[in-house]
Write a protein that binds this ligand. Structure first.
Ligand SMILES: [Zn+2]
Length: 290
């Protein structure tokens, strides 16, 4: 129980959501101004079947790592922070699970923000899809930002080790990279960040216990869903495939169903963080969606 006490001590300010669903009204939602894609690394894994159990055994696969930056008025929200900037051009690469996957970084997050005249201190919110290292590698570059994550995720990385060594390793790395954010808001399910339906954090557990996705509403592009790791590949989404590393298979399937319903309700596009083929077709900063 001690980790729960720690979590509440780290809370800064009030919760911005309750357990009630806060998904926006498809016709009445407000608008964010711009959505930028940042290149937050790429990786090579030696066994695709970890993500597609029963298929592609021993086949290598390349993934993209994507961060997204949202402007709404004078405020900026960064969605995930990618592979640590310290991994830049490291020929050995960087890893979360060295026997499975190695990440490489060609440009830093800091330099990409600078390309549109932003400093790390300009970022208001850092929202985390989940606590795997390739999503939280640079959280500590943003000490002024309010970190938004699900309470269930924070409780999970703070919980005692279980029987799966890979999961224990990922949790230990998460604690190290996350450290104790100065401004941390722990969320209880779906959360309307700005109170107008323009940006909603959507609870999609299963990959990890407190995984979330993001729904954004833009004037020209309409609704877009940023996957987090609710799904890794377009094909897995079509086939309802659940990676073997996910902490809860049934929850993973329910979360994919939730995303499918949202795609129908909002006529939304789904941008999949790690799908390299899809990512390469999307606009990259300084270009943006509006
Ligand atoms: Zn992940």
């Amino acid at each position: 129980m001690s980790f729960l006490v720690a979590a509440s001590l780290h809370l800064d300010g009030t919760l911005i959501a309750t357990a009630d669903s806060r998904l926006p009204d498809a016709t009445g939602a407000g608008f964010a101004d711009k959505l930028y894609r940042l290149d937050c690394g790429h990786s090579l894994a030696n066994d695709e079947s970890v993500w597609t159990p029963g298929e592609n055994v021993g086949r290598s696969i390349e993934f993209s790592s994507t961060c997204w930056l949202i402007q709404r008025g004078s405020e900026w929200l960064l969605w995930d922070t990618g592979v640590p900037d310290s991994a830049l051009n490291d020929p050995k690469g960087w890893s979360t699970l060295p026997e499975l996957i190695v990440y490489h970084l060609d440009k830093t997050l800091t330099d990409q923000l600078a390309a549109i005249a932003l400093k790390t201190s300009d970022i208001t919110y850092v929202a985390l899809s989940h606590t795997h290292g390739d999503h939280i590698g640079n959280v500590r570059l943003f000490p002024n930002a309010t970190v938004l994550m699900q309470r269930a995720e924070y409780a999970w990385i703070s919980s005692p080790d279980g029987p799966n060594d890979n999961v224990n390793q990922l949790k230990a790395l998460a604690r190290k990279l996350l450290d104790t954010p100065r401004h941390l808001k722990l969320l209880e399910g779906d959360t309307d960040v700005f109170g107008d339906g323009s940006v909603t954090l959507v609870s999609t557990p299963g990959h990890t216990p407190g995984s979330q996705s993001l729904l954004i509403h833009l004037k020209i592009s309409g609704f877009i869903i940023l996957s987090g790791d609710v799904v890794h590949l377009e094909e897995s989404f079509e086939k309802n495939t659940v990676p073997s590393l996910n902490t809860d298979k049934a929850a993973s399937i329910a979360s994919m169903d939730k995303i499918r319903q949202m795609i129908a309700t909002y006529k939304a596009k789904l941008f999949i963080n790690h799908d390299k083929a899809q990512s390469e077709t999307l606009k990259l900063l300084p270009a943006f969606y509006d």
